[in-house]
Write a protein that binds this ligand. Structure first.
Ligand SMILES: NC(=O)C1=CN([C@@H]2O[C@H](COP(=O)(O)OP(=O)(O)OC[C@H]3O[C@@H](n4cnc5c(N)ncnc54)[C@H](O)[C@@H]3O)[C@@H](O)[C@H]2O)C=CC1
Ligand SMILES: CC/C=C\CC(=O)/C=C/C=C\C=C\C=C\[C@@H](O)[C@@H](O)C/C=C\CCC(=O)O
Length: 267
């Protein structure tokens, strides 16, 4: 039996889709002939990305919607607009996230990465569920390798990513997911060459504790850096292979893509 989910005509909502990894995901989805709404807090970059992608993949296949994922009103409005514009939603990629470990910004890291992603997860479950007019589909939450293993340089960020992994784990075993045939998986990349990574590599001390750039540089060199295209290949594999459900996909330059289960054996 063919277990490939064909992306042709499928509708995807990608948060943080204006730049970095989210922009790469949007482009990979469009190449596979899906329709994409990029939702992002950054209007200037969002409009520019929308214009660029429309030129390449057709005006009717791409839309940008301004959205701060920490705002319940704005986030729900994006789901409504996407459904109205494209006739439904099949794929949600909860990708938007930030780094920040200082006294001034650590709580914002929690608000965006943890509360914002939880909000996106709850909305995705609602809009994909059959009982609320959805048609099932696939949710991919973007966490990080630092959500799995301890990383002494960014503990707050790492905690939020661990939270995203656990939230996904809980929804995977939910009745709501089973009833509506909703697949949920988590993507855990190591370093990826994006604006966020470049700020870190250039010495932005607000993203790590300790302010030891030598340690950051050594860490990056040890782990290696993926391109957004490489991570997008991983996303498309999760989306198209319908057997992929309840999984963590770790992506790193040196080890490649490694799947493992989200749940462990029950007691
Ligand atoms: N770059 C890396 O090395 C890695 C990044 N990640 C995660 O991947 C995701 C994407 O990161 P990058 O592309 O590297 O970051 P980025 O900073 O290059 O892009 C993130 C995008 O999200 C948007 N955004 C930020 N806050 C938002 C909010 N409150 N509401 C809506 N949009 C918002 C930004 O405007 C930006 O367009 C994040 O969740 C990040 O934590 C995970 C592992 C490695
Ligand atoms: C502010 C966040 C910046 C980038 C986003 C991000 O999520 C990047 C993650 C990249 C890689 C994570 C790798 C985690 C590795 C762990 O298994 C441990 O090996 C980390 C242990 C020590 C790190 C310091 C060192 O190597 O000396």
């Amino acid at each position: 039996m063919d277990r490939r989910m064909h992306l042709v005509g499928k509708v995807a909502l990608v948060t943080g889709g204006a730049s970095g990894m989210g922009c790469g995901f949007a482009e990979a989805l469009l190449k596979a002939a899906a329709k994409v709404c990029i939702a992002d807090i950054n209007v200037e970059t969002g409009v520019a990305t929308e214009s660029d992608l429309r030129q390449q993949y057709g005006h009717e296949n791409v839309m940008f919607s301004k959205c701060n994922i920490t705002s319940a009103t704005e986030f729900e409005a994006v789901f409504k607009r996407t459904k109205e514009a494209f006739g439904g939603i099949d794929i949600v990629v909860n990708n938007a996230g930030i780094g920040g470990e200082t006294d001034e910004n650590w709580e914002q890291t929690v608000d965006v990465n943890m509360k914002g992603t939880l909000r996106g997860l709850r909305l995705a479950m609602y809009y994909l569920s059959v009982e609320h007019g959805g048609r099932g589909g696939c949710i991919v939450n973007v966490a990080s390798m630092t959500g799995l293993n301890p990383n002494p340089l960014s503990p707050v960020y790492g905690c939020t990513k661990a939270g995203i992994i656990h939230a996904t784990r809980c929804y995977v075993v939910s009745e709501a997911a089973k009833k509506s045939n909703i697949r949920l998986n988590v993507l855990c990349p190591a370093f990826v060459d994006t604006p966020m990574f470049r700020r870190l590599a250039a010495g932005d001390a607000t993203q790590t504790i300790g302010g030891d750039q030598t340690a950051v540089t050594a860490f990056i060199e040890r782990i290696g850096v993926l391109s957004t295209e490489e991570v997008s290949v991983a996303l498309i594999d999760i989306l198209t292979d319908e057997t992929r459900n309840g999984l963590i996909l770790r992506c790193a330059k040196k080890t490649g893509n490694v799947y493992s289960t989200l749940t462990v054996q029950d007691v």
